[in-house]
Design a binder for this molecule. Structure first.
Ligand code: DON
Length: 365
């Protein structure tokens, strides 16, 4: 049965799939978190049928636009002021086509999604082992800014590779400290450079967010100092914390984020601009880290429902990658307790599962 053949519209106009969809796709917008998937096999992975992508995106937008669950992050004061109703969806495919719904123009701060691209810069420059050996590629099972997690996994001389990852704050600040450059400006040029190339346009820092987070990031400063003390950062932790704060404040819209995801989906080549941004053989390592830790302590639940490497940010964005098929991004600021956008999780699961995006769902021969 093809994905197209399985698509049908329910009475309320919502797109539904016959029999084989994850529960995440059939949850009501106002309901509880999606139930675990049913026992049936998920939709077989296959190339998305182009004609249906826009319909699937439009149906998900209609289904979830009035969902009011979650709350904007407020530990960074500027984020509490962002319109919680902001809602944009974008999907970018191999040919650089953009399928979208809702707000594609308004920029939010990229926040933790930047951690993927700074780690990608380090991997591109210094190889996959650089991150694996200095920071680690394992889940901490803790919140993104947990200090207890640092104590739990701290590097002890002679104990082998550390067990952390570059997507939690301590690992991300360490990854930022690893980008090579003689001055802060040189390091920043590389960090913003990879973000620009992945998005396919020059991006800017949202200065109000940068100032707000710089004024309130004492916890990240403590994390930076601790990472220096434990040897994950080798020098200049203050510069690393400042550049990390700046990278988190880069402004992006839903199309930017989906293009960044699509560049990872297509072996490091931006499908909109055609530029090879990073070496294709290094991308699977980046995706593995996203699958392991992209949604923090909820990464396992997310992978179970969708199979997609993904990354969230407290600005309300989530990116997800269906390798060889599409990159997808949703922006919606209200978050759940783990710090992940409630609506973005539901919408990405809905769209990806409808398009056969789960890379684990191979077709039977
Ligand atoms: O360092 C922080 O706390 C923020 N700049 C980023 C945290 C974040 O986005 C966590 N993601 N869901």
């Amino acid at each position: 049965m093809t994905t197209r053949a399985m698509l049908r519209y329910g009475r309320a106009g919502a797109l539904v799939l016959s029999g084989v969809l994850f529960a995440a796709c059939s949850g009501s917008p106002g309901g509880e978190s999606p139930a675990p998937p049913p026992a049936q096999a998920p939709v077989a992975a296959q190339a998305p049928p182009d004609a249906n992508i826009q319909q699937v995106v439009d149906a998900a937008f209609a289904k979830y636009k009035d969902l009011k669950e979650g709350k904007n992050a407020d530990y960074i004061p500027a984020l509490a002021k962002v319109d919680p109703n902001l809602f944009g969806i974008a999907v970018v495919t191999a040919d650089g086509q953009v399928y979208s719904a809702g707000d594609l123009k308004t920029e939010v701060s990229i926040q933790s999604i930047s951690k993927v691209f700074t780690a990608a810069q380090v991997i591109q420059e210094q190889g996959l082992d650089s991150i694996a050996n200095r920071i680690g590629v394992d889940a901490t099972g803790a919140r993104f800014n947990s200090i207890i997690a640092i104590e739990g996994v701290k590097m002890v001389a002679g104990s082998g590779a550390p067990e952390m990852n570059p997507l939690v704050n301590p690992g991300a600040i360490s990854a930022t400290s690893m980008v090579k450059g003689a001055t802060a400006s040189e390091v920043w040029a590389k960090i913003i450079g990879i973000h620009n190339d992945m998005a396919g346009r020059p991006l800017s820092v949202l200065q109000d967010v940068y100032k707000s987070e710089s004024d309130s990031n004492q916890r990240n400063q403590a994390i930076g100092a601790l990472m220096l003390a434990y040897g994950y950062i080798t020098s200049n932790w203050q510069q690393a914390v400042d550049l990390y704060t700046r990278q988190c404040s880069i402004g992006v819209n839903a199309k930017d984020l989906a293009t960044m995801a699509a560049t990872l989906a297509f072996a490091g080549k931006n499908p909109v601009t055609g530029k090879q941004v990073m070496d294709g053989e290094k991308v699977p390592g980046v995706l593995a880290i996203m699958a392991t830790a992209g949604l923090y302590d909820d990464s396992g639940k997310w992978l179970f429902r969708t199979g997609l490497p993904a990354k969230s940010g407290v600005g309300g964005g989530i990116i997800a990658v269906s390798p060889g098929k599409f990159g997808i991004a949703v922006i919606s600021p209200p978050l759940d307790d783990a710090g992940n956008s409630v609506k973005a999780q539901k919408v990405i699961a809905e769209i990806s599962n409808a398009l056969g995006g789960n890379p684990y769902a191979a077709r039977a021969r």
